[in-house]
Design a protein around this ligand. Structure first.
Ligand SMILES: Cc1cc2nc3c(=O)[nH]c(=O)nc-3n(C[C@H](O)[C@H](O)[C@H](O)COP(=O)(O)OP(=O)(O)OC[C@H]3O[C@@H](n4cnc5c(N)ncnc54)[C@H](O)[C@@H]3O)c2cc1C
Length: 373
């Protein structure tokens, strides 16, 4: 039901404008409004705060279907739902939830989430941005980079350290409304993929926010960020399943249309084997993603499974895009073939929300702890 609803919207309204938006590297408010109309912008959020209810299984279905049609639209949704909105909904106090969640869940506003800095990505605890108490407010100084949605966001969650001498134990999370004086948002242009998504640098120069905008306890921000990343990896895994699915469909279609040596490509066993491998990769990534989502929704341990799903799905969708492009031959590297964009869009997935190396570190730590000698 949800899958059909999103697929229908994505095929009718999103797919037809994807190539042009990619070419122009233009954020689509129409795509966002369409997702809001369907209630996708509030999936996983309690209806008491204007959300659509459901959990990670539902958001995974929606994100997969959006990614199958347009990866840029899916990352906009994933960062909004799984990062920015989720942090306020999960760790915000009652007043903060009442004030910020309904607008975001309805899609009237978009959420962004800023952890990464020029000097700290994988090693997020090394952040340099500072938070200082001044006259009953918090004052933020520093800079963030690669922040999805920042330019179009109504509300940003920003992490900053109140005492760098104690490392990650000094990190705090703040709600920062768009337009806060002292906060400058600079779009970062010229990405190779997901070009129609917004990616920005944020410069904080004495950006003053009310004391009431601190999320949860001071010094707990790093914990909150890691908790959020644990679950948001499920969303990125779902995005990768959608990318793999799109690559599979393009490969299967082209293999039946193109003839070489007197018969369709699909009749050559070497091509059939490639199709079988792509399909198997997509299927296994989808199962791993839905398993992690189900564990998370049921309140069971899920961190290892979420990392495995993200690792598997992101590496698989890159392989799928590579092989699907190979099946296309020369035409595959031209923009007139959809696989060219899918190939570019897939690349970032092994990098953001924890690189493949970081996922392997998490999984190895769990495995070593699980089987001590
Ligand atoms: C398009 C895009 C959107 C993004 N959106 C957001 C967002 O909304 N919010 C946000 O906060 N961040 C966002 N990010 C940031 C993203 O999460 C980081 O880029 C990512 O975590 C990697 O950090 P880095 O780029 O600094 O790479 P580094 O941390 O500098 O890593 C470089 C390479 O070294 C490897 N490496 C690092 N340490 C180790 C180690 N100990 N062992 C082995 N290998 C290691 C990494 O795996 C990687 O391959 C986004 C990034 C991109 C590209």
């Amino acid at each position: 039901m949800l899958q059909n609803l999103v697929r229908d919207f994505a095929e009718r309204e999103v797919m037809p404008r994807s190539a042009e938006l990619d070419e122009k590297a233009e954020f689509s408010h129409e795509n966002w409004e369409g997702m809001a109309r369907l209630g996708l912008t509030g999936i996983g959020v309690d209806p008491a705060y204007g959300g659509s209810g459901g959990g990670f299984r539902q958001s995974s279905i929606a994100i997969e279907e959006m990614a199958r049609a347009d990866v840029a639209a899916s990352v906009t949704l994933a960062a909004h739902l799984g990062l920015g909105l989720e942090t306020i909904a999960r760790f915000g106090n009652e007043e903060q939830k009442q004030q910020y969640v309904p607008s975001l869940a309805s899609g009237k506003g978009i959420a962004a989430w800023a952890l990464t800095e020029p000097g700290s990505g994988s090693d997020a605890a090394a952040m340099q941005t500072t938070a200082t108490r001044r006259n009953g407010s918090w004052v933020l100084n520093g800079s963030k980079q690669f922040i999805t949605n920042a330019e179009v966001a109504e509300t940003l969650v920003i992490f900053a350290n109140q005492d760098r001498s104690i490392g990650y134990r000094g990190v705090c999370a703040f709600i920062v409304p768009a337009g806060t004086p002292g906060m400058q948002i600079n779009p970062q242009h010229n990405k190779m993929g997901i070009r129609a998504s917004s990616t920005c640098e944020i410069v904080l120069d004495d950006a003053e926010i009310p004391a009431a905008n601190l999320i949860g306890e001071p010094g707990m921000g790093f914990r909150y960020a890691m908790d959020i990343l644990d679950s948001s990896r499920i969303s990125i895994a779902a995005q990768c399943v959608g990318i793999g699915q799109a690559a599979l469909e393009e490969a299967v279609r082209y293999a039946q249309l193109r003839e070489t040596f007197g018969r369709p490509l699909a009749h050559h066993q070497a091509i059939q084997f490639k199709l079988a491998d792509i399909a198997t990769g997509v299927h296994s990534a989808r199962i791993a993603t839905m398993h992690a989502a189900t564990l998370r929704d049921q309140g069971l341990p899920f961190i290892n499974e979420a990392s495995m799903a993200k690792l598997l799905a992101s590496e698989n969708c890159n392989k799928a895009a590579y092989e699907a492009m190979q099946i296309h031959g020369g035409i595959g590297i031209f923009k007139e073939s959809r696989i060219e964009r899918i190939f570019r869009d897939a690349r970032v997935t092994t990098i953001y929300e924890g690189t493949s190396e970081v996922q392997r570190m998490i999984i190895a730590r769990q495995v070593l702890g699980q089987y001590p000698v």
